[in-house]
Design a protein around this ligand. Structure first.
Ligand code: ADP
Length: 267
């Protein structure tokens, strides 16, 4: 999965990264879904261990254009995990109270504690994406945020948080199909907003903003992955693989009982 990692110091160009790429898996969709089911089982066990051991904190950041698949990825990748140890934090248009503070205020308080996994559905990156594209803050404000984000993520990492960031990369044609599907399917129309069409017109500006964010904030301690996301099964496979490999790397063990339990009999 290294091929999808944005290496710190190297510049990527989104235009050159194919949202249809599926080169890291030798198989078709059916085989992909089977592998995904296996990875999901592994993830469930590893998350149980993470929760029991209480030694690690895991933060997963998901960013994407509208219809990019954040909701679907959360549903499928984390299917069956123990809700006690996994939380989703969604970041919407900031409230008046949030706007009265610095942009990381609302973010810091929902970061994971020991034994927890937190998934950010959108994140502090909105403050260098939508805010930049729409000019909600002047350039001299959002420009400083890349360094501020790197400093913030370093603080989290140095405090024991493992950070994984995924940009779900779809192309404009795929978005068209997915928006149309929302219009056509009565179970999906609730997700459709006319505002999505206005955002779609700003596609080029968003790609520029994403590219800058990916290039300026992919670090050893909080790397970005650009996930080819036109194929949903492949998108989920990439995220699951990175996550499972990372958790395996922790070499976790179930805690030993504090007392000697030899010979204990339950009557
Ligand atoms: P989603 O699209 O993630 O499923 P919503 O439809 O509720 O959820 O959209 C959330 C909206 O909040 C998005 O349009 C997003 O750009 C916006 N948003 C999130 N963070 C900020 C921010 N810091 N400033 C302005 N808008 C933001």
């Amino acid at each position: 999965m290294k091929r999808y990692r944005v290496e710190p110091g190297k510049k990527i160009s989104l235009e050159k990264l194919d949202p249809n790429d599926n080169k890291s898996f030798k198989g078709d969709k059916e085989q992909g879904l089977k592998s995904l089911a296996k990875l999901n089982q592994e993830l469930q066990s590893l998350q149980e261990l993470l929760y029991a051991e209480q030694k690690h904190k895991v933060l997963i950041v998901l960013q994407a254009m509208d219809t990019g698949g954040k909701d679907g990825a959360i549903r499928r990748v984390f299917d069956g995990v123990n809700p006690q140890g996994v939380k989703v934090a969604s970041f919407k248009v900031p409230t008046a109270e949030e706007l009265a503070h610095d942009f990381l205020w609302r973010v810091h308080k929902v970061t994971p504690g020991l034994g927890e996994m937190v998934i950010f559905n959108r994140s502090h990156y909105e403050d260098v994406l939508v805010v930049r594209v729409h000019g909600y803050a002047p350039e001299e404000v959002w420009k400083k945020r890349y360094d501020q984000i790197n400093d913030f993520e370093r603080l989290l990492a140095e405090s024991g948080t493992t950070i994984l960031k995924f940009f779900l990369h779809i192309d404009r044609d795929e978005q068209k199909e997915r928006l149309q599907a929302r219009l056509d399917d009565p179970t999906k129309t609730w997700k459709f907003r006319l505002g999505d069409l206005e955002e779609r017109k700003l596609w080029g500006d968003y790609m520029q903003a994403y590219e800058d964010a990916l290039n300026k904030t992919s670090t050893d301690y909080a790397p970005w992955y650009v996930v080819p996301a036109n194929r949903k099964w492949y998108r989920d496979l990439v995220i699951s693989t990175v996550l499972v490999n990372t958790l395996k790397g922790f070499k976790m063990e179930y805690p030993k009982p504090e007392e000697n339990l030899d010979g204990v009999v339950i009557e």
